[in-house]
Design a protein around this ligand. Structure first.
Ligand code: CUA
Length: 185
């Protein structure tokens, strides 16, 4: 009799365990499904670029020296924008970028951790001192977008933001050096 009751209990335990396993399995599958879905349809991925840079000297020479900041169209037509995120501003404060073309954004910080996003796009990354934060995007609407710092970085954090001007092919005109700066409006 007690043997039978024991068996019944085992059965009950097994049943609830399988039920929980099934529930957790559904949750895990839904989470992975969501990640894959947004990666494939909205191009939302975790930033995967690992590239070191010395935060103490990045402003002195190399790609993040002041004269190299902003939007550059290279000879092969690739569009790259370089931005320094520092307490409490972005340099440059405004970026001109083209509509409907693949754009590479590269950020570096000489001081503390900042975060950036561009409203209404898939651009969202941390900017960690010591590393280059790189993201790719393609703008689907022309007009002005806000790029605020979204990681608390000190007392001036709320003042830290930049403007993105998304320009049509007619407006997006590189100069002789391949530079494009914001249109004065
Ligand atoms: Cu930079 Cu908040």
């Amino acid at each position: 009799m007690s043997e039978q009751r024991h068996e019944g209990h085992e059965h009950f335990v097994l049943g609830t365990e399988l039920l929980w396993a099934f529930g957790v399995g559904v949750l895990v599958a839904a989470t992975i499904g969501m990640i894959v879905f947004t990666a494939l349809t909205r191009n939302i991925n975790p930033p995967s670029n690992v590239e070191r840079i010395d935060p103490k000297t990045l402003h002195l020479s190399g790609e993040f020296a002041e004269q190299n900041l902003g939007t550059l169209v290279s000879a092969d037509g690739a569009v790259t924008a370089r931005i320094v995120a520092t307490q409490f501003m972005f340099v440059p404060h405004c970026l001109a970028l083209p509509l409907g073309r693949l754009v590479t954004l590269r950020f570096a910080s000489p001081d503390v951790v900042h975060g950036i996003l561009i409203t209404g796009t898939n651009v969202n990354t941390m900017v960690v001192p010591g590393y280059v934060a790189q993201v790719h995007t393609e703008f689907t609407h022309s007009g002005d977008l806000l790029m605020p710092c979204h990681e608390y970085c000190g007392l001036g954090h709320s003042e830290m933001w930049a403007n993105i001007q998304v320009l049509s092919a007619a407006e997006f005109k590189p100069d002789r050096d391949g530079r494009v700066t914001c249109a004065q409006r």
